[in-house]
Design a protein around this ligand. Sequence first.
Ligand SMILES: [Fe+2]
Ligand SMILES: [Fe+2]
Length: 427
Amino acid sequence: MLDWDNPLGDKDKTTAKPPVVPLDLKLQEPEEQLVSIAAEPLPEIMTATKTIPQVQSPIESAQHPTAGIQQRATTLSSSQGSTPLNDTLASSTKPVNVSDKRVINGTTDVNQLAPFKYPWAWEYFLNANKNHWTPLDINMAQDVHDFNHSLTDDEKHVYTNVLAYLTTSDILAMRNIGLAVMEKMTAPELQIYQARQVYEEALHTWTYQHCIETMGLDQSEIYNRYRVVPAINQKIQVANRRLNSVLRPDIDLNNPEELSNFVMAYMFFGGIFEGCWFYNGFSPIFALQRRGLMKGTAEQLQYIMRDEVMHASFGIRVVKEIIQENDVALDPQAIREMWDEAEAAEHGYAHYILQKPILGYSAEDHIEQFRFIANRRARQLSLEEPFPGARDTLPWLDEQANMRKEKNFFETRVTEYQTGGALNWDQ
Ligand SMILES: [Fe+2]
Ligand SMILES: [Fe+2]
């Protein structure tokens, strides 16, 4: 049984023990602690006695530094001085007015959840919790047999490269939402869903690791593939460039150019990276699943896909809100180039993973499906379709994404989350 106070075992417990302190020093400990705590600057409300009206409120200290980096820089630089918190404390204690809340650049208290300005974001959080699983819930025994005895070399090539691509991508997705996006949000209901999203990306990484480990694949080789295979590397580079452009400490979203770059980056991650590349990225494994192969892995990916379509749809909604609230005018040429770059990268990737078609699935099917899904994401973003006339080459893909688990309940384990299974995950 897990020892919750010592989860890593006795060795760790030993190192975690406090040093032995002579009795006379122990007696001084409480006082030392007081000194130590007092060295941290306290919000004044914590030190106040009866003079509450004169105390500056900590509420505004929770304001997102939405005035941009200048305010943050001022705070940081003055924090080297004697009263770091006072610089960000304001005298206002007025309640949060819902109409003042903003997706970005807001000035309301980010530590106060309600009143909701974006109740749909809270709904996303509630729905996301209906799709909870862990990779250990799913039986992978048949997959090990399939991989070793049923898959052709071409199918193994597809399977291992899909995992190699997805695992690197999911870490990128986690870093994007957790490090670059979440901190810029100024409404807590948005951040709370994004916090869940960060967890889900970590869960996805665990899932791929579980598949890689269970199949007995060479981990160092699989995890390095994105570095040595140009077609995988190209997709990662495109995403990395977007991420690095917004993962900067000096970004100021009050600057129109910076804001439009941030919107483009979020649009890329929600609409393309998650909305197209992930959505389409699972389909080669689903093609195997449809032939009764690698069904455990495919089931894992179905759960991931549900998360990803929600991430995509949430991201698209946030992007539209930002555009509306801030009157952002995006450059149509930049949007066109974004789609073209994504298509070119997907083209190279598809021809690498499907150098030879596998039964029921080819590189051309994959690329055309990318274009078809890209049109859907563009419509959701209120943009022109980038690839008019693209055909739905994998009409079973949506059904695969939305499949209710009851259908194959007896084929796999499975813990089914009934309410989650009833959701339309792409709406
Ligand atoms: Fe993910
Ligand atoms: Fe995601």
